[in-house]
Design a protein around this ligand. Structure first.
Ligand code: S3P
Length: 433
């Protein structure tokens, strides 16, 4: 196969101007697909994620007995199995998607039967011990390969647990809640750092009852779910690339319509504001308890300042940190990131790859076990970028490339399709050259 299709040349831009509507949130689409497939009745979703990750979830749910019909771009109908899946005779292929593998495991562990879950090379390197522990404490049997996928679940009726997640992970929390939904008794998940609550809101949207405190979620099982009709909010993580791009150009003006603004996800807007960008949120609505609104951004005439992202904010912003780090050289005072060790076990080691690619573009950067220091006041030159096949690295450095001198070649640019197949086309729409 030619490598040319996997590469993308990104030319510098003069400004970012325009208005865009983005495809649906990946995290919400995964959850709606899983819970719709598990519910009783036919759910209809619009603005469903166009990314390959959510397509993996849909294929897995169809393999488990749900009827899935993609009736148009972003339109998906899912007829659920009413709480009882059919164990497939072949492995469930989760592709590149950690969300698929970890959250589906929670749905399957209480189901009688054996399920094998596999993924691509990147997913097969990611830690799965974090879901084995709670699911085994509930009575399921999970066989991993050296702590990783392929993983085999011998499922059956479970017992409720009270579990404290050892790392901030919405996927682990969701996995335990999805198992608790089907398990007699009260399952409690406690987390020291509050992670995104899409699963809690989605469970409620599909008719489940759960109780939340500031640091715990409890679900009393078993409960059944009913189908819903829902419009998925635009993806804030996809939006982050455009927001950061616009923040780089004094005179920029960008509006992103119908973006998901769930407060457990929207930390980037605060960080961009702290850096001096002018950010306004308009027309806020609620859709199945998820906040949705338009985001308007323009860059300050004097350029961006400096900031630090650490602690709970780092966990909340985890998917947006690569692009923040990639624009940090263009700030005046730099960006310091700490408390983000989880970045090392994403689709790639994102701390190492961000540092490597910033250096390739001529920047100075200090790498730490749990973060990065990127000094400000630097200029970047075009370079060859190693995305490591990681969608967020490919897109983050396409944004940095807009303010570099000279062209930048993104290797593995096709990986953007994991979450955001339209990325490069939309970037060309708003980048003035
Ligand atoms: C996600 C949670 C995060 C995030 C991932 C999506 C989710 O992962 O990085 O892209 O939808 O719950 P962790 O749960 O591993 O932190």
């Amino acid at each position: 196969m030619s490598t040319a299709v996997h590469e993308r040349l990104v030319r510098p831009a003069r400004n970012i101007i325009g208005s865009l509507r983005l495809p649906g949130c990946k995290g919400i689409s995964h959850r709606y697909a899983m819970l719709g497939a598990f519910a009783d009745g036919t759910s209809r979703f619009t603005n469903f994620s166009t990314g390959a990750d959510c397509a993996s979830t849909l294929v897995c749910m169809a393999d488990l007995g749900a009827k899935v019909n993609r009736s148009g771009p972003g339109s998906v109908e899912v007829t659920g199995v009413a709480g009882r899946v059919t164990p497939p005779t072949h492995p469930l292929d989760c592709g590149n998607s950690g969300s698929t593998m970890r959250m589906i495991s929670g749905l399957l562990a209480p189901q009688t039967g054996r399920f094998t879950l596999v993924g691509d090379t990147s997913l097969s390197r990611r830690p799965m011990e974090r879901i084995r522990k709670p699911l085994e404490a509930m009575g399921a049997r999970l066989t991993l390969t050296d702590g990783h996928a392929p993983l085999m679940i011998d499922g059956g009726p479970l017992r409720a647990i009270d579990y404290t997640t050892p790392v901030p992970s919405a996927q682990v929390k969701s996995c335990v809640l999805f198992a608790g939904l089907q398990t007699a008794g009260i399952t409690i998940v406690r987390e020291e750092t509050r992670t995104r609550d899409h699963s809690e809101l989605a469970l409620r949207a599909f008719g489940a009852t759960l109780t939340r405190t500031s640091d715990s979620v409890s679900i009393t099982g078993p409960q059944s779910l009913h189908a819903i009709d829902a419009a998925v909010p635009g993806d804030l993580s996809s939006a982050s690339f455009f927001l950061c791009a616009a923040a780089l150009f004094p005179g920029s003006s960008l509006v992103l319509d119908s973006i998901g603004l769930n407060p457990t996800r929207a930390g980037l807007l605060d960080v961009l504001t702290a850096l001096g960008a002018h950010v306004a949120v308009l027309n806020i609505e609620e859709k199945h308890a998820e906040l949705v609104g338009a985001v308007q951004i323009s860059a300050p005439p004097e350029g961006l300042g400096s900031t630090e992202v650490s602690g709970a904010l780092a966990a909340q912003l985890i998917d947006e940190l690569p692009v923040l780090a990639a624009i940090a050289p263009f700030t005046s005072g730099g960006i310091r990131i700490r408390g983000a060790r989880e970045l090392r076990v994403k689709e790639s080691d994102r701390i190492a790859l961000v540092a490597k690619n910033l250096r390739a573009m001529g920047a100075e950067v200090a790498e730490f076990d749990d973060g990065l220091d990127v000094p400000g006041g630097q200029s970047l030159h075009g370079a060859q970028i190693d995305s490591g096949g990681d969608h967020r690295i490919a897109m983050a450095f396409s944004v940095a490339a807009l303010r570099a001198t000279g062209d930048t070649l993104i290797h593995g640019a096709d990986s953007a399709a994991i979450s955001f197949p339209e990325f490069f086309d939309l970037l060309d729409q708003v980048a003035e050259r």
